[in-house]
Design a protein. Sequence first.
Length: 283
Amino acid sequence: MKQVELKNGMTVPAIGQGTWRIGDDAAIREREAEALRTGIDCGMTLIDTAEMYGYGKSELVVGDAIKPYDRGKLFIVSKVLPQNAGRKNMRRSCEESLKRLGTDYLDLYLYHWRGPIPLSETVDCLRELKECGLIRDWGVSNFDTADMRELAQLKHGGNCLAVQDLYHIGSRGTEFSLHPYLRKNNIAFMAYCPLAINGTLRSGIMNNTVLRNIASAHNASVQQIMLAWVIRGGNTIAIPKSSSKQHTLENAAAADILLSDEELEQLDREFPAPDREIPLDIE
C-alpha cells in the first residue's frame, strides 16, 4: 500500500477507509465490520469516522472491527461536531467517541465543520486534549483556504496536522489555492467522497467514455481509476467508504494503479482543474 508521510513523522496509507452511513442498518453491521477488517488486512489501516455518523453507531462498528488488531498499528480518526467543539463539551465528546471505539486515544481528531464557537476556543480545547493524551494530533474538516489562513494566525493554529474536504475527479475546487497552501505548510490533505458517491455528478462521471477507456486499459473499474487519480500526487489520502468485502478489496487494489502522463492529460481535458477560487463543494 502506498504511504503518505505526515509532518509528525508518521506514515499512513494513501487509501484509508471512510465510514459515513456505516452502522445505520443493524442487519448488515457484521458485514460492515468484516469489510473494515478486510481493509486493515490489505494495509488500509487508517479508518475515518465521526460522532455524527449514525449518532455514534459508526464508531461502534469501527470499535468492533478493530478489536482483533494491534492498536498501535492502526490510525483512527474521528470528528467533533461544531456544537461540541468548545470548552463545555469537547472533552466529553472525545471521551464518548473513545468509549464507543474501545480505545484510549485517537490518532487524529478533526473539527468537523465551523460553527458558532470561536475558532480560538476550539483550538485551545484540541491542544488540551493532546496534552492529556486523549488525542495524538488534531486537524479540521470542511475548511477552505481563507479558513486555514485564519487558523494559522491563532496561537497553536500552526499545529494542525490535516485538512479533510470533499475531493474527487469531478470536484477539483480545492486544487486552486488550498492544495498549494497545504503543501507549502506541510499539512496533509484527506479526500472524502473520492468516488463522488453522494454527488449528482456521479452518473456522468461513471459513464464518461475517457474514464471507461482508461479503466479498460488497466483492467480496472472506473471507481478504481478515480481512486488512483485522487492519490496520484503522493500527498493526498483518500477515504472511500465500503460496506462489503469485495468493494474493499477493489479499493485497496486501486493503490497499485499508476496512471500515465498521457492518461492524466486526457482526464484533465475531460475534468478541468479550476482557474479561479470557488466555494467548497459538498457533492
